[in-house]
Design a protein around this ligand. Structure first.
Ligand code: ATP
Ligand code: MG
Length: 461
């Protein structure tokens, strides 16, 4: 039985095909649902029955193939039908960086898939700020393969702040040069901020939630045309857990979105937000592939050696949102002691890209010294009683508890005019002073009064 069967189904016009993957498999006497691929869209559906799980072993022919193609896309894996899954990190037509979200429950394969992306970034000459809020456990091989790696909330906030400063520096530089769009590597590289376990940064009660939300929103909106992209890997039961309602929604609507094994509430949010076409249902990804059956107590117990489904999911923003896909299987099959050589091979031996020199002053000491923890935070947001990074003075605290959360939550060095400008840049349409007041007061910084907004506006004018 090695044939592939493909059925095309069509409902009468006006009807939408809905289905229950498990029932369908059962009705067709398919005991292993991983052999079945169903894609339904409106009144049409495509059902494919494979002799065996088509995604059991998705292999990357060679690590050099992870480099971006001419359309700014990285090849990350395969659809069930063998077609390639690409994620776009740069749009050469509009000259813009992208936003990327990789969702999945714990163990779904976010960090490992994330390494495929990081290796692709490295091989594409992208300068990457990588933050892992699991203290470096998520992707130990990434250290040294990215421009700046951090492993603390303070480090991640410093990276976001730095990328934001670089973004504004580039804006000024490009404006002075009369350029309206970003041209990759001419002369500046793409810059990406990648945050693994972003849920720990953005969940309710997280120490820098508001500040992080401000930066993510602003980089998401304005960074695109300045070659500054952002990628978040997160587990979340609900989008609202991640920094409040609109931050993720805006990213979801326009960004690259990959969904690995999920929880049901997550799926409901995605459907409610219109990310999936009405009526479209994604076949859930079980934790393990292969058939299950009832085993009587009188039979000998067999070991459950069914393979896992890590890395399997859907590329929701891609051309086939309902088609099951899988990241390349990467790394050594058996866990290695220390760094995994196969994972390292993904990145290759070439040096990684670094941020352009012209932006180093704007990036400041946190970037220059590749700081992490409280040191990074204090360099990015110098406490009022030190000289700060420009003076080269060491900050008060080194390691230990951050001096941070008590301090004003928006970048300490932002003036009201800066914040007004950021809100204006991020606006979808015209804003009056009241709308601006609301936007500025939502950026996580010190509360501002209407009069100050009006003053800042007339100064800006
Ligand atoms: N693409 C892949 N290729 C090979 N193995 C994978 C892949 N994705 C996941 N795995 C395996 O599954 C395990 C869990 O994956 P990973 O750590 O990437 O999940 P995660 O979603 O980041 O989980 P967590 O939420 O706990 O951080 C890995 O240790 C690895 O063994
Ligand atoms: Mg992880």
């Amino acid at each position: 039985m090695s044939r592939i069967y493909e059925l095309t189904l069509e409902a009468p016009p006006g009807d939408i095909i809905t289905y229950d993957p498990e029932r369908l498999a059962d009705a067709m006497r398919i005991d292993d649902p991983s052999r079945l691929a169903i894609e339904a869209m409106g009144s049409q559906a495509l059902v494919t029955i494979y002799p065996a799980d088509p995604l059991a072993d998705v292999r990357l022919p060679g690590p050099e193939l992870l480099a971006m193609d001419e359309r700014g896309r990285i090849w990350i894996g395969s659809y069930h039908n063998g077609r390639r899954v690409h994620v776009q990190l740069y749009d050469p037509v509009s000259g813009s960086a992208q936003r990327l979200l990789l969702f999945g429950t714990t163990g779904a394969g976010k960090s490992t898939g994330g390494q495929v992306l990081l290796a692709g970034m490295k091989r594409s000459g992208i300068a990457t700020f990588y933050g892992d809020l699991k203290e470096g456990q998520s992707a130990p091989e990434a250290r040294g393969q990215v421009d700046w790696a951090v492993y603390s909330q303070e480090g991640v906030i410093a990276q976001l702040h730095t990328a934001w400063c670089v973004m504004r520096e580039r804006a000024a530089r490009y404006a002075a040069a009369g350029r309206s769009k970003f041209l990759r590597d001419r002369p500046d590289p793409l810059l990406y901020v990648v945050i693994d376990e972003a849920n720990r940064l953005l969940e309710k009660g997280a120490p820098y939630r508001d500040l992080a939300t401000f930066y993510i929103k602003d980089i998401g909106r304005t960074g695109r045309s300045l070659g500054v992209g952002i990628a978040l890997f997160a587990q979340a039961g609900h989008l609202d857990e991640l920094g409040g309602s609109d931050t993720m929604r805006a990213m979801l609507k326009e960004g690259e979105v990959l969904l690995l094994r999920w929880t049901s509430s997550m799926m409901q949010t995605l459907v409610a937000d219109g990310l999936l076409p009405a009526g479209q249902k994604l076949a859930p990804i079980p934790k393990k592939a292969g058939a299950t059956r009832l085993v009587s107590q009188f039979e000998t117990e067999a070991a459950d050696d069914r393979p896992g489904t890590q890395g399997t999911g859907y590329h929701l923003s891609g051309p086939y949102p309902g088609a099951k896909m899988r990241f390349f299987r990467v790394g050594s099959p058996i866990p290695t002691e220390g760094l995994d050589p196969e994972m390292l091979a993904l990145y290759g031996d070439d040096p990684h890209a670094v941020l352009e020199k012209a932006s180093w002053p704007a990036a400041g000491r946190a970037y220059a010294d590749k700081l992490d923890g409280a040191d990074a935070y204090n360099a990015a947001f110098p406490p009022p009683d030190t000289d700060g990074e420009e003076g080269g003075g060491r900050s008060r605290s080194s390691g230990g508890a951050p001096a941070a959360p008590g301090r004003p939550q928006t970048a300490a060095r932002l003036t009201i005019a800066d914040r007004v400008q950021a809100a204006l840049e991020g606006a979808d349409g015209d804003m009056d002073a009241h709308a601006l007041l609301e936007a500025v007061n939502a950026d996580g910084g010190r509360p501002v009064k209407l009069g100050s907004i009006r003053n800042a506006l007339s100064n800006l004018r």
